[in-house]
Design a protein around this ligand. Structure first.
Ligand code: PLP
Length: 468
């Protein structure tokens, strides 16, 4: 299997980056029922080669530029292997003390590298926990915040609780509100400011909160984003956080993608103001060389999480837990069972070291700067929002200025580029404009891939424009 995977990486550039199969393709290729008798690994691998790989979109391809990256590395891979080999289920400290303690230590290490306030460390009242995804992270803190406020105002007030974010916030928060029983009308997606590169203006938050307070509602949760999904906008944490705090709201910071960049001193300023936050999240599985899944969440007050999520059934009772001597991560998350995910993050931190990790981030940002320069030099294109990290948002300009026409043209360009199989990009819509997103961050991407990708854009754009 290891040889098979090594060959996969060796040949990864030969596959179409975006799988070109049609819906339902696999059912036609596999039997209706499971085999009655054992088959050989060789048989299975042959099927992987001929039937599975054609239906794979190659996220680790150096020509993958869609959504945000989802990194893998040898270090992360070795951690995954070891975790699969040991295969323990570490829900309570006693079920594998090393799993809990390594997770606490590794997240303290990472918190220190991000220069998070000391309150987020496990040695204080807070601590870190590895969730599967940023969606789970925001859900658990929303539940903690909800229950904290309901303990004060009474359970019947749940219909009055209000959540705030910008219209650039990831839909994970909306889902968390749906699960958390927040009234849909009390989920405020405030308009981000296009003149501030789609960051949320503190005045907008302040006005919304004042309005809701005046009508008897209870503001209780605010989520800011560092590196929004559409365009990597950065919400001003300090000013927003002060408003959240002065109104006794839980302040969550979603830095799922861009948090990784903040290990570099020159990018740390993007999270200035995180001191005000109650919780902070970054996905090590996005841009930190740690194989999926590994979403690091820190809270300042772990007791809030535990009060919301803990259960204490007889069959799980043990001396360490009953004596309050240990962290039981089952009380910090939705499921009971949990994998030994800290191993892979530990491997990444140790086998790279902070200097190489910083160099890794800087290289992608430099490649993105170069790509942005190439786009800016071609008058047929425009940069839509100034680049901050390794995402470039741009679009092809139509021969005549008509927004619908421009949107269709860029939609067609995206389809044309992705259909070549030479690269894979995604899109967003900003101020009703269809925008192409070129997100750099795959570990194998080099300068030559950026140049080749730009050539595809230029060629496909020329073809489309010639038909206009
Ligand atoms: N938050 C931001 C800013 C994101 O960009 C994403 C995904 O790209 C998410 C949250 C959701 O991430 P996950 O898939 O880990 O839930």
């Amino acid at each position: 299997m290891v040889d098979f995977i090594a060959d996969y990486y060796k040949n990864i550039e030969n596959f179409p980056v975006l799988s070109q199969v049609q819906p339902g393709y696999l059912r036609k290729l596999l039997p209706e029922t499971a085999p009655a008798h054992s088959e050989t690994l060789q048989d299975v691998l042959e099927d992987v080669q001929t039937k599975i790989l054609p239906g794979v979109t190659h996220w680790q391809s150096p020509d993958y530029f869609a959504y945000f990256p989802s990194n893998s590395s040898v270090a992360g891979f070795l951690g995954e292997m070891l975790s699969a080999g040991i295969n323990m289920v570490g829900f309570s400290w006693i079920t594998s003390p090393a799993a809990t303690e390594l997770e606490m230590i590794v997240l303290d290490w990472l918190a220190k590298e991000l220069k998070l306030p000391d309150e987020f460390l496990s040695t204080a009242q807070g601590g870190g926990v590895i969730q599967g995804t940023a969606s789970e992270a925001v859900l658990v803190v929303l539940l903690a915040a909800r229950d904290k406020v309901l303990r004060k105002v009474g359970k019947d007030a749940i219909g009055k609780l209000v959540v705030y974010c910008s219209d650039q916030t990831h839909s994970a928060l909306q889902k968390a509100c749906q699960i958390g029983g927040i009234h849909p009308e009390n989920f405020r997606m405030l308009k981000a400011d296009p003149s501030k590169d789609y960051a949320l203006s503190p005045d907008t938050l302040s006005e919304a909160v004042s309005h809701d307070l005046a009508t008897g509602l209870i503001p209780f949760f605010f989520c800011a984003t560092i590196g929004t999904t559409s365009s990597t906008a950065v919400d001003p944490l300090l000013a927003l956080g002060k408003i959240a705090k002065s109104n006794s709201m839980w302040f969550h910071v979603d830095a799922a993608y861009a948090g990784s960049a903040c290990i570099c001193p020159e990018f740390r300023h993007y999270i200035d103001g995180v001191e005000e936050a109650d919780s902070f999240n970054m996905n090590a599985h996005k841009w930190f060389l740690t194989n999926f899944d590994c979403s690091a969440l820190w809270v300042k007050d772990r007791s809030a999480l535990i009060q919301s999520l803990s259960t204490n059934p007889e069959f799980l009772k043990n001396k360490a837990s009953q004596g309050n001597l240990v962290v039981d991560y089952k009380d910090w998350q939705i499921p009971l069972g949990r994998r030994f995910r800290s191993l892979k993050l530990w491997m990444v931190l140790r086998l790279y070291g902070m200097e190489k990790l910083q160099a890794y981030i800087r290289n992608h940002i430099e490649l993105a700067r170069h790509f942005e320069e190439l786009v800016a030099q071609d008058q047929r294109f425009e940069i839509v929002t100034p680049r901050k990290f390794s995402l470039v948002c741009f679009r092809l300009l139509p021969p005549q200025s008509n927004e619908d026409y421009a949107n269709n043209l860029n939609h067609d360009l995206l389809d044309a580029v992705n259909s070549t199989g030479k690269l894979f990009i995604s899109h967003t819509v900003l101020s009703n404009r269809y925008v192409l997103r070129f997100a750099i961050g795959a570990p194998l991407t080099e300068e030559r891939h950026i140049l080749a990708a730009w050539k595809v854009f230029q060629d496909e754009a020329a073809t489309l424009l010639s038909k206009c």
